[in-house]
Design a protein around this ligand. Sequence first.
Ligand SMILES: [Zn+2]
Length: 199
Amino acid sequence: MKYPEIIQNLINQFAKLPSIGPKSAERLVFHLLYRPQGELHDFSQAIDHLKENIKQCHICFNLSENNPCYICTNQKRDKNIICVVTKPQDVAIIEKTGSFEGVYHILGGNINPLENITPQKIKIKELLERIKYNNIKEIILALNPNMEGETTSLYLTKLIKQIPNIKITRLARGLPMGADLEYADEITLENALKERKEI
Ligand SMILES: [Zn+2]
């Protein structure tokens, strides 16, 4: 072992995080070693409380401090337009554009046979039920412009088209192919949303 156990232990914890390799983990831990104790306390408290007060909205599956979430309970939002996204971070980035007034549906993943993510494992059944029992006018598919996102969009389109009187749209092209919605800049995303195309 290169370092005292306490240090090594924290390095191992950081190294479990996505896109943090052992080198970065080391750098982070040594950075923390030179921060004031109070700051470290706040940091560990924030991690400690992370999941305690976060709930999943039973309507849209977004993460929020309340269930239903602040978007589903907002009277000003148009409940007849649902924007379908992969994960909660996608909601945050679309909200940042400030140009969407409908509500969301978070699938919690994309269909990916290689990783054994079947349609049953994401919130598709729940979406179809939402459409069926509410007066939904438009479904915007805002999934990642990559293979899995495309597969999921096609799958959803086929199912939703069987429901009468519903418009299905998708974000306009312009988003970098193969990328994650998370990395799109606000202007590109705002335009992709405004110029969405009916399918
Ligand atoms: Zn919600």
